[in-house]
Write a protein that binds this ligand. Structure first.
Ligand SMILES: NC(=O)c1ccc[n+]([C@@H]2O[C@H](COP(=O)([O-])OP(=O)(O)OC[C@H]3O[C@@H](n4cnc5c(N)ncnc54)[C@H](O)[C@@H]3O)[C@@H](O)[C@H]2O)c1
Ligand SMILES: [Zn+2]
Length: 361
């Protein structure tokens, strides 16, 4: 299929996101075409490098890759420090492009290293999970976790390019693949009824990783994320709609210490909570909430939540870092493809919605 090219003109930097099967073979040529600094160094994880490193290294002349572990628990400053050590040892200078090659954890960590090493060197993302391809590689958020909270340390640092090859998803475990699909549903619910309907309709082919089914859902998700980010690079306003499902989602992740859910799974629940709340307010039709619940259920079972109390989740919501000056901005769905941001959601409404979705008392 022909590659799709999307321009992301953020105030700090304009760049292209290119999506196409087989693009991994063209990374070197694509970087040459945008005159990315000629020395190239890859940061990846041992697993991703073992699966796809040979293909990438045929396409782009790179020295030894820098390999660091990519579990969420390694997403911390000590791992970034290992990346710095390797950059210094390799005498990496400003004439170098860092290529991140992995999921969101690698992209966020190596992106943060690129943002800070020598006060910033050229960065290109080559994401290898569905979540990274539709979400984390675009928009410039980079960073790591602190022991007391997720993503507390970071920067906005846009890449020079994002190169997406959906064929690398062929090796992604099914659970990781599903985790990315919940974010695709998020884009559909907030911004595009056709995307939402496509996921519902093409589910089987999407799970089969058929390229003609993956291309449209990845491109459409990237288009939405790119547009939102270009309009609001630093999340002062419109970018907040991408937090749909993330208020309750982050709280679920926090109360289970980031061990029970893949991020996307928690967002799956979070979207259901927002939809219950919206329906209870009369802001969302029951049939639209049911359509959302139906698609989420069709992807497969989510981890259990009956043992988690609604009160503990509410408490975690109240600690969320996205509460600005004491106000919780809550993204409510108002139809498939449309949202409203409200700031008057009460604790009672949240408790009610959480219980409807299946949490304990
Ligand atoms: N920067 C942003 O805007 C943004 C947005 C959303 C999420 N994030 C961050 O992204 C992270 C989650 O990213 P993720 O879901 O990609 O998880 P991840 O990076 O941990 O990758 C998940 C697993 O998949 C493996 N993997 C990666 N590519 C593979 C492939 N092609 N085949 C087989 N296995 C492969 C990895 O080794 C890892 O074990 C979180 O830390 C989250 O905070 C950032
Ligand atoms: Zn997310």
């Amino acid at each position: 299929m022909d590659p799709v090219r999307l321009d992301v003109p953020t105030p700090s930097r304009a760049y292209a996101v290119t999506i196409g099967d087989g693009l991994l073979d063209r990374v070197g040529a694509m970087l040459d075409a945008i005159a990315a600094p000629a020395r190239r160094i890859v940061v990846s994880s041992p697993l991703v490098w073992r699966l796809h490193g040979e293909q990438l290294s045929r396409a782009v002349t790179v020295a030894e890759p820098i390999l660091v572990p990519d579990g969420e628990r390694f997403k911390q400053l000590s791992t970034v420090s290992r990346i710095y050590d390797a950059l210094v040892r390799a005498s990496v200078d400003r004439a170098t492009t860092i290529i991140t090659f992995g999921g969101g954890v690698i992209g966020d960590m190596a992106g943060f290293a690129a943002a800070t090493y020598l006060r910033g060197i050229s960065l290109v993302h080559v994401p290898t999970t569905l979540l990274a391809q539709v979400d984390s590689a675009i928009g410039g958020k980079v960073g790591v976790n602190h022991a007391l909270g997720k993503n507390l340390i970071g920067a906005f640092y846009q890449p020079d390019a994002v190169v997406i090859d959906p064929l690398v998803l062929g090796t992604l475990p099914r659970r990781e693949f599903r985790a990315g699909l919940y974010e695709v549903i998020k884009y559909g619910m907030t911004s595009s009824a056709p995307l939402f309907e496509r996921v519902a309709r093409d589910r089987k082919a999407i799970f089969g990783r058929a390229i003609e089914s993956l291309m449209p859902i990845i491109s459409e998700s990237c288009r939405i994320k790119g547009e939102v980010v270009a309009a609001d690079e630093r999340e002062a306003g419109p970018r907040r709609i991408l937090n749909f499902g993330h208020t309750a989602g982050h709280a679920l992740e926090a109360v289970t210490r980031y061990r029970r859910f893949r991020h996307g799974e928690a967002v799956g629940y979070g979207m259901l909570v927002a939809a219950e709340l919206a329906q209870a307010r009369g802001a969302l039709a029951a049939s639209d909430r049911q359509a959302l619940a139906g698609v989420i259920a069709s992807l497969g079972p989510l981890p259990p939540i009956a043992d988690l109390s609604a009160a503990s989740i509410l408490e975690a919501i109240q600690h969320d870092k996205k509460i600005v000056a004491g106000t919780l901005h809550f993204v409510l769905p108002t139809a498939i493809g449309a949202t409203a941001i409200v700031d008057d959601v009460t604790a009672r409404e949240l408790i009610g919605a959480l219980r409807k979705v299946g949490t304990g008392k």
